[in-house]
Design a protein around this ligand. Structure first.
Ligand SMILES: NC(=O)c1ccc[n+]([C@@H]2O[C@H](COP(=O)([O-])OP(=O)(O)OC[C@H]3O[C@@H](n4cnc5c(N)ncnc54)[C@H](OP(=O)(O)O)[C@@H]3O)[C@@H](O)[C@H]2O)c1
Length: 354
C-alpha cells in the first residue's frame, strides 16, 4: 500500500504534454472537490475542469480558489448544474458536454449525497428508481455510457482515458440475482415493521450500489479494453456528506455510538484521500486499460488487463462470484452471469426514462 508521501510524489510527477479535460460528478464538496483541487494545483490551473453538482455557490467558491494560468491554451474551470438523481438531467448534461468537448481524459464520479448515506429513508425518485441506487449506480452508469465517445477520442490520440467511480470497492460481495431495484425489500407486510423494513432496504441499497459498481466497471472495461475503468474505495473520510449516519429515533443511541466511532476513526482528511485517489487515477498501471478494483490508498486489490482481441466474452452460465471471463479478480463482486443480467436490466430501466 503506498504511503501518503508516495501518493503525493506520483501525483507531483504528472505533467501531461496536453491540457487534460476532467469531469468531476460530485466536485462541489467532499472527495470530488479535493481531487479537482489537487489536480488543478498540480497542473497550475492548466486543465479543463468541469465540476458537476447542484450547489452553485459552493462551486463558485471552489472555482475562484483555483490558480489561473496567464496563457490561454485551452484551460477552463467551470461548473455545470445537475441533480444526478434524475437520469433525464444527467442525460441532458452529457448531451450538452458531448456537443462541445472534443475529448475527455478523466471522468470521476463521487456523488453519493446525504440522502444516500441515510439509513432511515429508502424511497423512489420521481423517475421510479430506488433513490440510493439513483446516485450510487444509475447516474454513474449513465455518465460513463454517454461520455464514452469522448474518452475513446482521448484514448485514440494517445492521451489518458480513465473512468473512476469512487464508492466502496474491494468487498467482493456477489451481485444480487433478483429484486434488483429493491421493490420487494421496501414493502412491509406489517405496518409496525415498516420502519425496520425501510432501514433494511436502505442498507441493502447501499450494499447493492457497491456491487453494481463492480458490474459497471467490468461491463464497460470488457467492451472498451484499452480504456481504464476503476472502482475505488475512498476509506473513511471526513467529508461534509459523510459526517453523520442517521438511523432514526428508535436507534438514536446506536447512532450516537456509531457517529462517535466514525468521528474517531474517520481520520482521513479529504485532501489526503484526494492524493490517494489521484495516485490511482494517474498511475501508469492504467495506461493499457482494463478493470481495476482499488483500495483506499489507491492500491490495486484486483485488476484485469484484457489480452489483445480477448474481451467481451461473457460466459452467461458462469455464476462464480469474483470471476470475469474465467479470470479470478480479487475484491471483485461480479460473476459473468450476474453482470450480464444486471446490465440488461439497467439498459431496460434507463430506456424507460426518456
Ligand atoms: N466519505 C466517506 O467516509 C466514504 C466512505 C465510503 C464510501 N464513500 C463514498 O465515496 C463517494 C465520495 O464520498 P464523499 O463523502 O465525498 O461523498 P458525498 O459527500 O456524497 O459527495 C458530495 C458531492 O456529491 C454531490 N451530490 C450529492 N448528491 C447529488 C445529487 N443528487 N446531484 C448532484 N450532485 C450530488 C454533491 O454536490 P451538491 O451538493 O452540489 O449537489 C457534492 O459535490 C461517495 O459515493 C460515498 O458514498 C464515502
Amino acid at each position: 500500500m503506498p504511503s501518503l508521501s508516495v501518493a503525493r510524489s506520483s501525483v507531483a510527477a504528472f505533467q501531461p504534454g496536453y491540457v487534460p479535460v476532467a469531469v468531476f460528478v460530485g466536485g462541489t464538496s467532499g472527495v470530488g472537490q479535493a481531487m479537482a483541487e489537487a489536480l488543478v494545483l498540480q497542473l497550475k490551473g492548466r486543465v479543463h475542469i468541469v465540476l458537476i453538482g447542484r450547489n452553485e455557490g459552493a462551486a463558485r467558491r471552489i472555482l475562484d480558489g483555483f490558480p489561473k494560468p496567464t496563457t490561454g491554451d485551452g484551460w477552463k474551470h467551470e461548473f455545470v448544474r445537475c441533480n444526478v438523481e434524475s437520469m433525464k438531467s444527467a442525460r441532458a448534461v452529457c448531451h450538452e458536454l458531448k456537443g462541445r468537448l472534443a475529448a475527455l481524459n478523466f471522468l470521476v464520479v463521487t456523488a453519493g449525497g446525504p440522502r444516500a448515506n441515510s439509513l432511515t429513508e429508502a424511497g423512489v425518485t420521481e423517475e421510479g428508481l430506488d433513490d440510493h441506487l439513483a446516485t450510487r449506480y444509475f447516474a454513474r452508469y449513465l455518465f460513463t455510457k454517454e461520455l464514452l465517445p469522448l474518452l475513446k477520442t482521448a484514448e485514440a490520440t494517445g492521451q489518458h482515458a480513465h473512468v473512476m467511480t469512487v464508492l466502496g470497492a474491494g468487498f467482493g460481495f456477489g451481485i444480487a440475482r433478483d429484486d434488483l431495484m429493491l421493490d420487494q425489500a421496501r414493502k412491509a407486510s406489517w405496518a409496525f415493521l415498516h420502519g425496520l423494513t425501510i432501514k433494511i432496504a436502505a442498507m441493502k441499497a447501499m450494499m447493492r450500489g457497491v456491487t453494481y459498481n463492480d458490474g459497471l466497471v467490468a461491463h464497460f472495461a470488457s467492451a472498451n479494453p484499452s480504456i481504464a475503468f476503476t472502482h475505488i474505495m475512498p476509506g473513511q473520510v471526513w467529508t461534509e456528506g459523510a459526517q453523520y449516519v442517521d438511523l432514526g429515533w428508535a436507534l438514536y443511541p446506536l447512532a450516537v455510538l456509531l457517529n462517535g466511532l466514525r468521528r474517531t476513526l474517520m481520520v482521513i482528511p479529504q485532501e489526503d484521500c484526494a492524493q490517494y485517489m489521484l495516485h490511482a487515477l494517474l498511475s501508469p498501471e492504467n495506461d493499457r486499460g482494463g478493470v481495476f478494483i482499488r483500495g483506499d490508498h489507491g492500491d490495486v486489490i484486483g485488476a484485469h488487463v484484457f489480452p489483445p482481441h480477448v474481451h467481451n466474452t461473457w460466459a452467461e452460465g458462469d455464476s462464480r462470484t469474483g470471476y470475469l471471463h474465467g479470470v479470478r479478480i480479487k475484491g471483485y463482486g461480479g460473476a459473468d452471469a450476474t453482470v450480464v443480467k444486471l446490465i440488461r436490466w439497467t439498459e431496460e430501466v434507463l430506456s424507460g426514462i426518456e
